[in-house]
Design a protein around this ligand. Structure first.
Ligand code: PGA
Length: 259
């Protein structure tokens, strides 16, 4: 069974003291929790302090982006080596905000994802269609192109080290979540595509997260869908209470069954 993964994407929020406060509250709320993998992705400036605070806790550390080169003359960029050095285990790549505001292409995301795997960082590669693309009936075609492009040249062994996040752009930060039927349809589609491209074992094991206005009160209905393996949470990860609640709700059925 695929273990749920709940990732908090703090985006461009939280100064260092604010980040320390938030991570301490999250840790306190999650102290005995171990049914889901939990990762928080603060801004680069807070990675070091958060890394020290999550050390030996159930919370893992992730970054929100990175360059594909190990080092070099790339002013303003951060390398996979630097992220490893700070204790990062995950890195979000190709978030729709990076695609939209920084013109990131599937080709660039592919280079970054390859570099992440090479450095033993687990890339959380984001895909998802815009509202116009969905209304045009092109949602699956767009997501298919993003998956093929982002993982071009990957071997099945490399694919075992990645996570995909399906985030419909129209659901991000809008309060408008995909319905469970819309989410499951796309997740099952991506899983089918993975099977076609990389084989049954990759398709069966790769975790596909849902992202886009995930909140405590819609977590359960999304997380119990057969092809949804966790969540990438933006706004609701900026408050310890809602993030902890999302983590707890994500394995609600498992917890009940095990009780
Ligand atoms: P949201 O953001 O939860 O605020 O919609 C999700 C994301 O952008 O990853």
């Amino acid at each position: 069974m695929r273990k749920k993964l709940i990732a908090g994407n703090w985006k461009m929020f939280k100064t260092v003291p604010e980040a320390a406060n938030l991570v301490n509250s999250i840790k306190a709320g999650l102290s005995k929790f171990s049914d889901a993998d939990v990762v928080i992705c603060p801004p680069f400036t807070a990675l070091q302090v958060v890394s020290q605070l999550v050390n030996e806790s159930v919370v893992d550390l992730g970054a929100q982006d990175m360059h594909f080169e190990t080092e070099g003359a790339y002013t303003g960029e951060i390398s996979p080596l630097m992220l490893k050095d700070l204790g990062c285990r995950y890195v979000i790549l190709g978030h729709s905000e990076r695609r939209a505001y920084f013109q990131e292409s599937d080709e660039l995301i592919n280079r970054k994802a390859k570099a992440a795997v090479k450095f033993n960082l687990i890339p959380i590669v984001c895909v998802g269609e815009t509202l116009a693309e969905r209304e045009d009936g092109r949602a699956q075609e767009v997501v298919r192109g993003q998956v093929r492009g982002s993982f071009a040249g990957f071997t099945p062994e490399e694919m075992e080290k990645v996570v995909i996040a399906y985030e419909p752009v129209w659901a991000i930060g809008t309060g408008r979540t995909a319905t469970p039927a819309q989410a499951e349809e796309m997740h099952a589609f991506v899983r089918g595509l993975l099977k076609e491209l990389f084989g049954e074992s990759v398709a069966g094991e790769l975790r596909i997260l849902y992202g886009g206005s995930v909140k405590p009160d819609n977590t359960q209905e999304l997380m119990r869908l057969p092809d949804v393996d966790g969540a990438l949470v933006g706004g609701a990860s900026l408050k310890a209470e809602s993030f902890v609640q999302i983590v707890n709700e994500s394995t609600h059925d498992t917890v009940k069954e095990g009780a």
